[in-house]
Design a protein around this ligand. Structure first.
Ligand SMILES: NC(=O)C1=CN([C@@H]2O[C@H](COP(=O)(O)OP(=O)(O)OC[C@H]3O[C@@H](n4cnc5c(N)ncnc54)[C@H](OP(=O)(O)O)[C@@H]3O)[C@@H](O)[C@H]2O)C=CC1
Ligand SMILES: O=C1O[C@H](COP(=O)(O)O)[C@@H](O)[C@H](O)[C@H]1O
Length: 500
């Protein structure tokens, strides 16, 4: 993101402007972009939904979202006074053709007022099954004909499986140019995730060691300490594998495993990530049970708060087979990563919220220290903590002070908060700014989405063929089912969590 470019006038239509995502993420992100002067001088936001709101009511409602969810809440009244005149609400049904005529009129009005052609962003903040219908209507009404000025943002999930994702890509490809399509994976907008590229490719230190000669294994955890809350009906059609692994976690694997790009052009980065997805071993259905574990939480407590069993959540079937936890062992079968396991896990209702990547290095080739020095010997380890703690820590051996040579593992820590304060932009800020700028680097290209589904598909199918017999199989506030411990223990490791 840069403040120096003169941005084109921009109109943003949030389809689902009365919904949760708009309230909690999109409008707060736009508000922060405005404060940081990343929005063009001429910009306008229309929220669209069927709910009844006058313009004032809508603006008041959104203000509540800022007060609760924006990283900046200070001086809200003052700043809100200058930001909110850029917002309006359109009460309309997106299934009706009149709505698109109204959208067209609004665009014409604004372009006339600004005396300039505008970039128009259409943000699909609606249930995924509505997005193709909306995109088709936009196309049929000629609202996306100017490929250089119209951008469509698709929320995840993009497709439900490989077949539906392919069908959706084909359908969109018949109507739009790929450069108009922005498939969001909000993990890619996180500061700490983007920093993986800087860590790996802006330093000479790590890259020579970043391969199967020196790295022993990789672990990726994306754990949440809440249940599925109000999203039962969505989650019943998804599960942890579709909700987190197919997208966010495989993208993290790509960031860790990709080759060095020769430039930061969007397609160069995306090609390098695609190579990783192509190289990830596809498990045969009969190999899935050895390499993937699923779980579902029962009832319990986390941090003193009662958690209802998944099967008792609203919108969830009483005998639901849907997994709220998934752990998978992957291999990236290429020159750099041959034989190195990547263990990934994600779950709801776990002990703490923590997304982290652990790179564990192989042991030193020789160890001349006497036995009494080495009782606490540990391999070197780099931990990239994505959230909520944002830091990078490198573990190495040090001599404990004292007359004897006693070794102890210590951490060298780079903390984002210490270095930059704790007001880093939210993922959606970066991503929305990139859409406005027309920069697709951090968005998923059609082929990436399909390759990611290809990896997940056999696991989905194997699990569907063999419904779980032991659900619920983990208690809220733990690190998931015992089988997940066994998955990694079979190779001689334990899951790593951050020191408290
Ligand atoms: N919420 C979140 O944290 C996240 C959401 N997402 C994705 O974002 C998308 C939106 O999610 P979320 O905001 O939670 O969903 P909500 O159910 O909260 O919102 C859905 C929105 O769609 C609108 N809508 C539905 N049908 C129509 C229609 N026919 N015409 C006009 N508007 C319509 C609703 O408006 P109304 O009710 O007024 O008609 C509402 O504003 C989904 O794809 C979800 O998977 C992804 C990651 C996180
Ligand atoms: O995409 C999703 O991500 C959130 C977790 O996001 P985070 O930024 O808080 O790690 C998850 O809760 C949700 O189920 C999923 O759809």
């Amino acid at each position: 993101m840069t403040t120096e470019t003169k941005r084109e006038p921009t109109i943003i239509f949030i389809f689902g402007g009365s919904g949760d995502l708009a309230y909690r993420k999109l409008v707060p992100a736009l508000y922060n972009l405005y404060i940081d002067k990343y929005l063009p001088d001429n910009f306008y936001i229309y929220g669209i939904g069927r709910s009844e709101y006058s313009e004032d009511q809508y603006i008041d409602y959104l203000k509540g979202g800022i007060a609760s969810f924006s990283r900046r809440k200070e001086a809200l009244d003052e700043t809100w006074k200058v930001f909110s005149p850029h917002i309006d609400y359109i009460k309309a049904d997106l299934e009706k053709d009149d709505t698109y005529q109204e959208i067209s009129n609004k665009i014409a009005e604004k372009e006339k007022e600004w005396n300039a052609k505008a970039v128009v962003m259409f943000y699909m903040s609606v249930a995924p099954q509505l997005a193709p219908m909306i995109a088709t209507k936009l196309y049929e009404h000629g609202l996306t004909a100017d490929a250089a000025h119209s951008r469509m943002v698709f929320e995840k999930p993009f497709g439900h499986d490989l077949e539906s994702a392919r069908a959706l890509n084909i359908k969109l490809g018949e109507m739009f140019e790929e450069r108009q399509i922005y498939r969001i994976d909000h993990y890619l907008g996180k500061e700490t995730v983007q920093n993986i590229l800087a860590l790996r490719f802006a330093n000479a230190l790590f890259e020579p060691l970043w391969n199967c000669n020196y790295i022993d294994h990789v672990q990726i955890t994306a754990a949440e300490d809440i249940g599925i809350e109000s999203r039962g009906s969505y989650y019943e059609g998804a599960g942890a594998l579709r909700d987190m692994v197919q997208n966010h976690i495989l993208q993290l694997v790509c960031m860790i495993a990709m080759e060095a790009p020769v430039s930061f052009a969007a397609d160069e980065i995306r090609n390098k990530k695609l190579d990783v997805l192509k190289a990830i071993r596809r498990w045969r259905k009969d190999e899935v049970h050895k390499n993937a574990v699923r779980g579902q939480y029962g009832e319990g407590w986390i941090h003193g708060k009662e958690i209802i069993a998944y099967r008792n959540e609203k919108g969830v079937a009483p005998n639901s087979p849907v997994e709220t936890f998934a752990a998978v062992k992957f291999y990236v079968d290429n020159w750099r990563w041959r034989g190195i396991p990547f263990f990934v896990r994600t779950g709801k209702a776990m002990q703490s919220k923590s997304s982290l990547i652990v790179i564990e290095f192989k042991p030193a080739p020789d160890y001349a220290f006497p036995p009494e020095a080495g009782e606490t010997w540990r391999p070197n380890r780099l931990i990239i903590s994505i959230q909520p703690q944002m830091d990078i820590r490198l573990r190495f051996q040090a001599k404990q002070p004292g007359p004897q040579m006693i070794l102890q593992p210590v951490d060298m820590v780079f903390s984002y908060t210490d270095a930059y304060g704790d007001n880093a932009p939210e993922a959606y800020e970066t991503l929305l700014e990139d859409v406005i700028e027309g920069n697709p680097t951090l968005f998923m290209r059609a082929d990436q989405v399909e390759k990611a589904w290809e990896i997940i598909q056999p696991i989905l199918e194997a699990w569907q063929t063999r419904p779980p017999v032991d659900f619920p199989n983990y208690t809220p506030g733990t690190w998931g089912p015992e089988d997940a411990e066994a998955l990694i223990a079979r190779d001689g490791y334990n899951w790593t969590t951050l020191p408290k």
